[in-house]
Design a protein around this ligand. Structure first.
Ligand code: SF4
Length: 210
């Protein structure tokens, strides 16, 4: 097949067409990107900063973080519920005497309550309620202490409660004039030789610690 000869006019037209295409392409490439939309002042506003807590609020948060089970119980229970606390099937008088015996050994150093509850096989909740009761009775004092990152209490014996054992040999129990004996009366423990002898004898006895 014989190739058709392109005339100069046709060649010029072809070149022009190609130039037009190139110009179009250059236009597209040089075109400026669209300007980003102006944001309104409102949209630019920063998110509100969290409110700075007051000293009182910070103290309240700290207090809540450091709150012990006993402090929570004190808030939840009435004075009556604390003072009349009983553990089911447990002789509370004997339990109290046992607590006093153990704490008496520790003297003014006291003992961590968790150790004491472990020794007495008491749950933390029962132990904590017992500690509150004994404190109300004036038997122990509680010292809040930070131990291994946790707030707890050291229990210190304040006074030993009178047990029935401590008066079992008291002369008053078999005294023939007991009915007529009173503090301000003619027959009185203030002048009773029997009671004086008994008190001296009891004081000489060694302290019984189980
Ligand atoms: S104090 Fe003396 S007199 Fe009075 S009841 Fe006791 S033993 Fe008897």
């Amino acid at each position: 097949m014989v190739k058709k000869k392109i005339t100069p006019i046709e060649q010029a037209a072809k070149i022009k067409a190609e130039l037009d295409v190139l110009k179009e392409k250059a236009k597209i490439l040089n075109a400026k990107p669209p300007k980003p939309k102006k944001t309104t002042k409102k949209a630019e506003e920063k998110p509100p900063k969290p409110r700075k807590l007051t000293k009182k609020e910070l103290e309240e948060i700290k207090r809540e973080e450091e709150k012990t089970l006993e402090e929570e119980l004190e808030e939840q229970l009435t004075v009556n519920e604390i003072e009349n606390f009983q553990i089911e099937k447990v002789d509370m008088e004997r339990l109290t005497a046992r607590v006093c015996d153990i704490l008496a050994e520790k003297e003014s150093d006291g003992m961590f309550q968790s150790e004491l509850w472990k020794k007495l096989k008491l749950s933390s909740r029962d132990g904590s309620r017992l500690a509150l009761k004994l404190e109300r009775m004036g038997t122990i004092t509680r010292e809040k202490i930070l131990e291994k990152g946790r707030w707890t209490y050291k229990l210190i014996l304040k006074k030993t409660p009178i047990s029935t054992q401590s008066i079992e040999n008291a002369p008053c129990l078999v005294c023939p004039v007991e009915q007529r004996c009173s503090l301000e009366g003619e027959i009185s423990p203030r002048s009773c030789q029997l009671i004086e002898d008994w008190v001296i004898a009891e004081m000489k006895k060694p302290l019984k610690i189980k």
